[in-house]
Design a protein around this ligand. Structure first.
Ligand SMILES: Nc1ncnc2c1ncn2[C@@H]1O[C@H](COP(=O)(O)OP(=O)(O)O)[C@@H](O)[C@H]1O
Ligand SMILES: [Mg+2]
Length: 254
């Protein structure tokens, strides 16, 4: 049965999508794992990153339809050998209104119950979440075995992280005792900036071993990934070096 790992933080632009996409790619390509990537953000960035297609090509064939039917089987899109995905587009923004107006059941567990229909087909399910502590993120946490809290070295993200971890503990207590915080991943670091260094150290002082040892720097190759995609991208190999180190740590922790 698949291990389910979410990437989250309510601050936007913290590399949630990039990291979850690269992790899904590395697990499927380099570890030969069967992976399902789930896009839970109505922006559809993970969908675009992994499929390199216009997100509207997936209209009415997305994760939202799967959630409404509580059955993912008809909505799986194959990306590459061993990598599948549940896609997203703008309509997913209506998930909360659907949840409160139409849905009858435990509102935090819709995603978990949807993924239960295909969980046996995968080794890992990787979930990308939107920049908010709303219903999608709560559902992701409730469906996960582990969550990675993304920390991008800014004051805004520093302010977000404690509340994110509190929310994770809340979900753990209320609906998912099996979920654990895998760790805090420091990303988008500019090594030349002393304020970035100070924030990295501050997080380490406060959260100690909860921090992953690997620290992700900002690189041009990874920044261009949304443009160039994974296939036939010669500069990518070098760009993924840190991500490979992170995936090693992640596998050990989950
Ligand atoms: N390691 C990295 N190096 C350079 N740019 C990155 C890196 N990770 C993410 N980015 C860029 O930073 C921006 C925000 O990343 P994204 O993954 O979309 O964050 P989020 O999903 O948290 O909003 C994007 O433009 C992305 O291409
Ligand atoms: Mg994103």
């Amino acid at each position: 049965m698949a291990k389910v790992v979410s990437f989250g933080i309510q601050k936007g632009g913290s590399s949630k999508t990039t990291t979850s996409g690269i992790v899904a790619y590395i697990l499927s390509q380099e570890y030969n794992k069967r992976v399902l990537a789930v896009d839970l953000d109505s922006q559809g960035n993970l969908t675009e990153l992994l499929t390199q297609q216009d997100i509207y090509n997936f209209h009415e064939k997305t994760v939202f339809e799967a959630l409404k039917e509580k059955d993912a089987r008809n909505y799986i899109h194959n990306v590459t050998e061993r990598l599948d995905m549940l896609t997203a587009e703008d309509h997913l923004a209506r998930f909360p209104s659907w949840l409160y107006e139409t849905y009858r059941g435990n509102r935090s567990l819709v995603l978990k119950e949807t993924l239960d229909t295909i969980r046996d087909n995968y080794d890992y399910i990787i979930i990308d979440t939107p920049p908010a502590l709303g219903d999608q993120t709560i559902n992701a946490l409730a469906a996960s075995d582990a969550v990675v809290a993304m920390f991008e070295a800014s004051k805004f993200c520093y302010s977000a992280i404690s509340r994110f971890l509190e929310t994770a503990i809340h979900v753990q207590e209320l609906v998912n005792q099996d979920m654990k915080v895998a760790g805090i991943l420091r990303s988008l670091i500019d090594v030349r900036r002393t304020d970035n260094k100070a924030l990295i150290e501050l997080i380490e002082e406060e959260y100690g071993e909860l921090c992953f040892e690997t620290i992700m720097t900002r690189t041009a190759a990874v920044g261009r990934l949304s443009i160039n995609g994974f296939e036939g991208n010669p500069e990518l190999h070098q760009g993924l070096k840190q991500y490979r180190e992170f995936v090693k740590e992640l596998i050990q922790r989950v």
